[in-house]
Design a binder for this molecule. Structure first.
Ligand SMILES: Cc1cc2nc3c(=O)[nH]c(=O)nc-3n(C[C@H](O)[C@H](O)[C@H](O)COP(=O)(O)OP(=O)(O)OC[C@H]3O[C@@H](n4cnc5c(N)ncnc54)[C@H](O)[C@@H]3O)c2cc1C
Length: 384
C-alpha cells in the first residue's frame, strides 16, 4: 500500500513519522511531497515579535525531521487527479497513490481588503506577524514607536491560531506599560465576531481583561479597506478605526493545488472532509488534516498533533481489514498570552470547553520555554 502525503509541514511530518513507526516498509510505502527545504515553527511568530524567541531556534532543515524509510521528495504538487489516484508535480512527473493525505496547510489571500498589499509592502505602519519576516518587522516597529494608536485586526475567519491577534494587542499593551509610556497609547482590537474570541468561558475572560486594561474591542468589524497613508482601517459598512501602527492578519485560504483540483476542496480551497473521520466527502481514499482541512475547529499545531495520531490509527484499522473507527473530536489547545508571565490555555473540542479560563505562570513557562522543544523533539517525531 502506498500513502502519499502532500505537504510535510507540522501535520504532514507528524503523520508520516507515526506511520513509519506503525508499519514496516513492506506493509506501507510512505512518500512525502514537500516544496520547502526549511521547516519553520510558526507558533513562535508571536514570541518573535516580543523578543521571547530567537529566529535561529525555529528553523530546521525539512529533511532532518523525517524517520529513515520515508521517501521525502522536495517538489511542489501542481494538481490532484483523484479519479486516477495520481498527483502531478513540477519536476517529478506524476506520483500515484493508494491513499492520499492532504496536509498542504493554508495560504494568504492578499487581494482583499483593498490596500492590504500596498500597506504591507510599504512596511511603515501596516504589518503582519503571520510570517517570520513580518514578525521581525513588527517587533522592530513596536520598539521604535513612542505613542499613538496601535490596532490589532484580522480580515476574516478562519485564521491559524485565532487568539494570535488578541495575544499581540495584550502583549503590546503590557510592553508599553513596562516601558513606562502606556499613557501615550491607545490600544484597539477588532474582530469580525460579536466578541474578541469565539468560545466561552475564554471569550468573557478576554473581554474582561481588555476592559480592565483599557484595550478597546471593536466587534463585528470585517476590514474592507486599508488606507496606510491616512492610517485608517475601514470595514465594509464604512465604520473606521484609525491607527498609527496596524497589525493585520490577512485572510487565509487553501493552497492552489486544492483549489485547482476538482471535487477535493470547497470554493476557497479547504479540503472538504468529514469533521470526525477526516475523510474527503467525495473520495474515500483521500484524507485532509491540519490547516488544509475544513474542520470547524481552530487551525492549530495542537489540533494537527491529534489528527495525525488519529489518522494513523485509522490507517492501522484499514490495513487490518477493519472498518476504521478512530475519530477526531475537534480537540485543540490554544495558548493565549495576556501579559508578561501570564498565559491562558483555551482547550476545547467540537462540543465542550475543557480548561478553566485561568491566567497562569505555569502556562507561560510551558508556552514560552517548553513548547518549541516539545514540538521538535516529541511532536514532530510522533512520540506524543
Ligand atoms: C502567528 C501564528 C501563531 C500560532 N500559534 C499557535 C499556537 O500557539 N499553538 C498552536 O498549536 N498553533 C499555533 N499556530 C498554528 C500552527 O502553526 C498551524 O496550525 C500548524 O503549523 C499547521 O500545520 P499544517 O501542517 O497543517 O500546515 P503547515 O505547517 O503550514 O504545513 C503545510 C506544508 O505544506 C507545504 N505545501 C503547501 N502546498 C504545497 C504543494 N502544492 N506542494 C508541496 N508542498 C506544499 C508547505 O510548504 C508547508 O510546509 C500559529 C500559527 C501562526 C501563523
Amino acid at each position: 500500500m502506498r500513502v502519499l502525503v502532500l505537504g510535510g509541514g507540522s501535520v504532514g511530518t507528524m503523520f508520516a513519522n507515526r506511520m513509519r513507526k506503525a508499519f514496516s516498509k513492506d506493509e506501507v510505502e510512505i512518500i512525502v511531497l514537500e516544496r520547502s527545504e526549511k521547516h519553520i515553527y510558526q507558533p513562535a511568530f508571536t514570541l518573535l515579535v516580543f523578543d521571547l524567541e530567537d529566529q535561529k531556534n525555529i528553523i530546521r532543515p525539512t529533511k532532518d525531521l523525517f524517520f529513515e524509510g520515508i521517501n521525502l521528495i522536495i517538489d511542489e504538487a501542481t494538481k490532484i487527479d483523484p479519479q486516477n489516484n495520481k498527483v502531478a508535480t513540477k519536476r517529478h512527473g506524476e506520483i500515484s497513490y493508494d491513499y492520499l493525505v492532504i496536509a498542504t496547510g493554508a495560504t494568504f489571500n492578499l487581494d482583499e481588503p483593498e490596500g492590504i498589499k500596498e500597506g504591507l509592502e510599504k512596511g511603515k505602519n501596516v504589518f503582519s506577524f503571520y510570517d517570520m519576516e513580518g514578525a521581525l518587522k513588527l517587533g522592530k516597529a513596536l520598539k521604535d514607536i513612542d505613542g499613538g494608536t496601535i490596532v490589532s485586526s484580522l480580515c476574516d475567519l478562519p485564521i491559524k491560531c485565532p487568539a494570535a491577534p488578541i495575544k499581540f494587542i495584550l502583549m503590546a499593551e503590557d510592553m508599553m506599560r513596562a516601558r513606562g509610556i502606556r499613557d501615550k497609547f491607545k490600544f484597539v482590537l477588532t474582530s469580525p465576531l460579536p466578541q474578541a474570541f469565539s468560545r466561552e468561558p475564554y471569550a468573557s475572560k478576554i473581554d474582561e481583561i481588555c476592559r480592565r486594561r483599557g484595550v478597546e474591542v471593536v466587534s463585528n468589524f470585517s476590514p474592507g479597506e486599508v488606507d496606510h497613508e491616512k492610517g485608517v482601517l475601514r470595514d465594509y459598512s464604512g465604520k473606521e478605526v484609525e491607527f498609527d501602527l496596524l497589525s493585520l492578519v490577512p485572510s487565509l485560504e487553501g493552497e492552489n493545488v486544492v483549489q485547482g483540483s476538482e471535487d477535493v476542496g470547497d470554493a476557497v480551497g479547504w479540503v472538504s472532509c468529514d469533521k470526525h473521520h477526516m475523510v474527503n466527502r467525495t473520495f474515500s481514499n483521500i484524507y485532509g488534516i491540519g490547516d488544509a482541512s475544513d474542520f470547524p475547529t481552530s487551525k492549530t499545531a495542537s489540533g494537527a498533533r491529534k489528527q495525525a495520531a488519529i489518522l494513523t490509527e485509522r490507517m492501522k484499522e484499514i490495513v487490518r481489514g477493519e472498518k476504521p473507527a478512530a475519530t477526531y473530536d475537534g480537540h485543540i489547545i490554544c495558548p493565549i498570552l495576556t501579559r508578561d508571565k501570564r498565559v491562558i490555555f483555551a482547550e476545547f473540542n467540537y462540543t465542550e470547553s475543557i480548561s478553566p479560563s485561568l491566567e497562569s505562570y505555569v502556562n507561560w513557562v510551558v508556552k514560552v520555554y517548553m513548547l518549541r522543544s516539545l514540538y521538535f523533539n516529541l511532536m514532530l517525531p510522533g512520540l506524543v
